[in-house]
Design a protein around this ligand. Sequence first.
Ligand code: NAD
Length: 253
Amino acid sequence: MNFSIFSLEGKTAIVTGANTGLGQGMCVALARAGADIVGVGRSDMSETEALVRTEGAEFLPVKADLLTLEPIENILDEAGKRFRKADILVNNAGIIRREDAENYSISDWDDVMNTNLRTLFFLSQSFAKRLIDSKRGGKIINIASMLSYQGGIRVPAYTASKSAVMGVTKSMANEWAKYGINVNAIAPGYMVTNNTAKLRSDPARYAEILGRIPAGRWGEPSDMGGAAVFLASAASDYIHGFTLAVDGGWLSR
Ligand code: NAD
């Protein structure tokens, strides 16, 4: 038994976009700290399930397409049925579509905003309602971006959505702090996942970005673990509405 303030023993964490990348990295870290995991996503999650089970935690996969709001209640019902309660929600699922701003399509705009922002807000709302109704506190961790702070190039919808994630993290935090619900965000820097595959395949852009990262390397999914466990644990009980950059120093330049 682990009694440290970072322990997640007895907690259940719902993580969206759990099959790969940063979501998988955070599932493993939360499981290592003691949490059981509800992995949510549209793809097969067996790789993450095996990694979580290796940490000695339970894993429940819930299939859901988060482009729409339709699966939200089912996700929370399934988590409740299997684990009785969910304590932590990590809104990690997100997409990026690249195109020059003058040619950006309405469908790309809508898909990015709906997945990255609309579902994040309404899943958080339903999760918070259940916590409030059952008079329990909890933790919501949203995944923001460097483009919550900066404009980016050829990703206007992504920048709009991630800037809004940082804003809505504060507005949810303000309203739900009184219920013992902490809403915070993590802003990853440039990390090695599918999200950045196109960027990394351009040698000039890859080198340009690398050269600006004080840590001297791109981030890995495992780099998200410390911040995720911290914001999911009692160690962050008095932290509300803050976005923590995990960026190798990118924002400090
Ligand atoms: P990724 O593309 O590997 O992962 C995205 C995850 O979201 C996948 O699990 C995917 O299945 C899921 N997802 C996307 N659309 C979905 C849908 N409609 N329904 C269900 N699941 C859906 O990339 P990643 O880097 O691991 O991204 C995770 C989060 O981190 C995203 O929100 C992304 O914007 C953010 N982020 C990534 C970086 C980076 O450098 N990789 C930087 C900043 C922020």
